[in-house]
Design a binder for this molecule. Structure first.
Ligand code: ASP
Length: 438
């Protein structure tokens, strides 16, 4: 019997959780899981990261050269950035409304606060240092950093994804501007390269169900003090409710603007969502997001090859929503009064902070420091505040990454629809790939 990939991944996740719980409750040696099971997950994430830069290069060059003229490129580019900023603002606003209604900060008892802060303040101060490294730069550093001075240097570090995108866009535009006869072989080369890279993604995905088993089992076994998580349930609840509302918003956009079935959309995109959940990294999920959006949702490459890599780096609706909830929660819990103008500051800084967050696990929490500092939260309060939410950050990171990825896919559909670039999907079954490989 052939089981669809998303079911396999889901089964892998569930079995991973069950295995993790059994391992913890039976007192199994955690080193066994760390040494023998976790590596499968680590290898999988490394493979996905390995493929990210070649995929962006091949697919973006092919995407731009398929556009045939520059004006279409600037149309798609402008629209994409505009919609990304808009969805982020909506996400922050939803977060603010939910956290003001749920009021999670009022529900934490004083002794829990003390216990949490003494347990986690060491980890929290590391995050503050990391944020300061980011902040010491000037206001235009973001743009300066986007321009690479060496393409191999840029491609040598996945964190420089925007630099690579910058180079590739310049390359793609120049390719459109040269004589078609000379451009043709270059275009054909990248066309072929693109197919090769996509095939590599297919092959890597064959181990996805086993890898998510390993990732989740290791995560559960390595969680230090699960009891602490219960203290933060209301806060976690507020974040999750906000994220669910954001999904509803995307589904409404899919239904009313793109005019496709929301359930169909969710089903097609689900493998990318499950991977986002298991890896907590939208960068690592990018190859799968691209594959799903192109082959299963039918967005043409001209659109998806630009919208998705850019989105993975700058569009993080889940992260910005979480930052708004966390900022209010921390200030409430630590009795730091906020006025209306502070809520506006949160909208602005959380939007910027989510744009600046790297697409890797835990990045959203580092950038949260910038939101809190913009609110003038004193340094000691800040450390205690971060310590407070640290215990529950990883599960929330997993959830917000799902929203980040879903947001990118939704915007790809919206931009695709607006320029009439959505075709009938042509999904290849993963099991066919498996048969081919065999
Ligand atoms: N893990 C998130 C992502 O990769 C970023 C974050 O919110 O920490 O999309």
């Amino acid at each position: 019997m052939k089981i669809a990939l998303h079911w396999k991944i889901l089964i892998g996740m569930l079995l991973g959780v069950v295995f993790g719980i059994i391992a913890v409750s039976s007192g199994m040696n955690t080193e066994f899981v760390t040494n023998w099971i976790k590596p499968i997950g680590t290898i999988f994430i490394k493979l996905l990261k390995l493929i990210a830069i070649p995929l962006i290069i091949a697919s973006l060059i092919k995407g731009i050269s398929d556009l045939k003229d520059i004006s279409k490129f600037s149309l798609i580019g402008g629209r994409t950035i505009g919609i990304y900023i808009l969805t982020t603002l909506i996400a922050v606003s939803i977060g603010l409304v939910v956290v003001n209604i749920v009021d999670p900060g009022e529900k934490i008892p004083q002794e829990t606060l003390e216990m949490l802060s003494s347990n986690f303040s060491g980890d929290a101060s590391k995050k503050i240092d990391a944020a300061h490294n980011q902040k010491e730069k000037g206001p235009l550093t973001f743009i300066v950093d986007m321009v690479p001075d060496n393409i191999f240097g840029a491609a040598g570090n996945n964190r420089n994804m925007l630099q690579v995108i910058f180079f590739v866009i310049l390359f793609g535009i120049s390719l459109l501007l040269i004589e078609p006869k000379k451009a043709e072989p270059v275009r054909a080369f990248f066309d072929g390269l693109n197919d090769v890279v996509l095939k590599m993604v297919d092959l890597i995905m064959l181990i996805a169900p086993y890898a998510v088993f390993a990732l989740l089992a290791a995560l559960i076994v390595e969680t230090k003090s699960p009891e602490l998580l219960y203290a933060l349930l209301w806060y976690g609840f507020a974040v999750v409710i906000g994220l669910l509302l954001m999904i509803c918003f995307y589904l409404m956009v899919i239904k009313f603007y793109v005019k496709k079935s929301p359930l169909w959309f969710l089903k097609q995109i689900s493998p990318a969502q499950l991977l986002a959940f298991s890896t907590s990294s939208s960068a690592a999920t990018l190859p799968v997001t691209m594959e799903r959006v192109e082959e299963h949702l039918g967005v043409e490459k001209e659109v998806s090859s630009f919208v998705l890599p850019v989105g993975a780096t700058i569009n993080m609706d889940g992260t910005s929503l979480y930052q708004a909830v966390a900022a209010i929660f921390i200030t409430q819990a630590l009795s730091f009064q906020l006025g209306f103008s502070d809520q506006l500051t949160i909208i602005l800084t959380a939007t910027l902070a989510s744009i600046g967050s790297a697409a890797v696990p835990g990045a959203g929490m580092v950038m949260l420091v910038i939101v809190l500092e913009a609110l003038n939260v004193p340094q000691e309060t800040l450390t205690v505040g971060l310590a407070l939410i640290f215990a529950i950050d990883r599960p929330l990171d997993m959830c917000r990454t799902v929203i980040n990825v879903t947001g990118d896919a939704t915007v790809a559909m919206v931009v695709g629809k607006s320029v009439d670039k959505i075709k009938e999907p042509n999904p290849k079954n993963w099991d066919d790939h498996l048969d081919e490989v065999r």
